[in-house]
Design a protein around this ligand. Sequence first.
Ligand SMILES: NC(=O)c1ccc[n+]([C@@H]2O[C@H](COP(=O)([O-])OP(=O)(O)OC[C@H]3O[C@@H](n4cnc5c(N)ncnc54)[C@H](O)[C@@H]3O)[C@@H](O)[C@H]2O)c1
Length: 317
Amino acid sequence: MQARERPRVVARQAAGSLRPMLLDGRVAVVTGAGRGIGREIAVCLAQQGASVVVNDVGVALDGRGGDNDAAAQACAEIEAAGGRAVPSYDSVSDFEAAGRIIRTAVDTFGQIDILVNNAGIIRDRTLVKMSEDDFDAVVAVHMKGTFNCARHAAELMREAGYGRIVNITSSAGLRGNFGQTNYGAAKAGIMGMTFVWALELARNGITVNAVAPAGTTRMTAGLYERTGTEPPPDQDPSLNAPLVAFLASEQASYVNGQVLGRTGYAFTLFQTPRQVAAMWREGGWDPEGVADHFHEVLGQHLQPVGMPAHPLLGKKD
Ligand SMILES: NC(=O)c1ccc[n+]([C@@H]2O[C@H](COP(=O)([O-])OP(=O)(O)OC[C@H]3O[C@@H](n4cnc5c(N)ncnc54)[C@H](O)[C@@H]3O)[C@@H](O)[C@H]2O)c1
């Protein structure tokens, strides 16, 4: 398909800055942007010149109830600072509703250049205590919601010959975390879709990357409440947004299919899962042969699960 001619983006300069803004003239949708990490991403994208659809259905942490007009509040904040934003209250987990989220960008601002799939809920339980409903609800928002929004957005981005998709994942899915079967499954699924879409959409000028953020939001506040401690400054949820803004920019055209993260004040790059060792036998193996040789070959390379922090990351000394 022929790329449509796009209006030339004239870079303006951020107030008080000698550098042009990263996203001037661009239009972004950020899901789950009424609060937490998504709100900070929406604010940052707007500060960098993007017009932003602030999508948030305004639910409680477990996805139930909730009537908080978080999306409108975030929009008011962006507009008060001189930015452009419009609220959207549809749920990402409904396919038709996700179409309305993306259409809000086109109807209000004329196009869709950037999609940040950030909306999320949690219902933590160990496997043997997790209900089917807990599993389905979390997968529906994170994984299906990411598919729903990307499915609608990618079609328009493909027609335009340009797009940036940033999928918010989590170490819970990349490395595993106790009590998060549903969340880990969804976040690992998001990583898998990121790889697939990076391959499929690259020819259309669209990049797709994943970011595993960190920050004290209502999703993680319990960790500090339980220990009665204050979250450290390096858990400020706004610290994730600059990386997302860069990935959402034209400058990041060479970054595709990557999984990035944040630990402390460091942005990090994850290794893509790949074979680290192999045991080979002409004609293949029988179970006894595997049992006899596994330890001496693959057994020497077994890898840890879970997410202990890298000892050098996020620390100045
Ligand atoms: N906080 C962390 O340390 C951390 C770590 C790793 C990953 N993440 C991920 O970052 C993202 C943001 O999390 P957060 O900590 O800011 O949580 P949060 O609860 O503060 O924000 C999530 C927002 O998503 C909205 N939302 C939920 N379901 C929705 C739906 N169906 N449609 C539209 N909006 C919906 C909620 O109303 C909420 O405002 C999530 O994807 C989360 O999994 C967070």
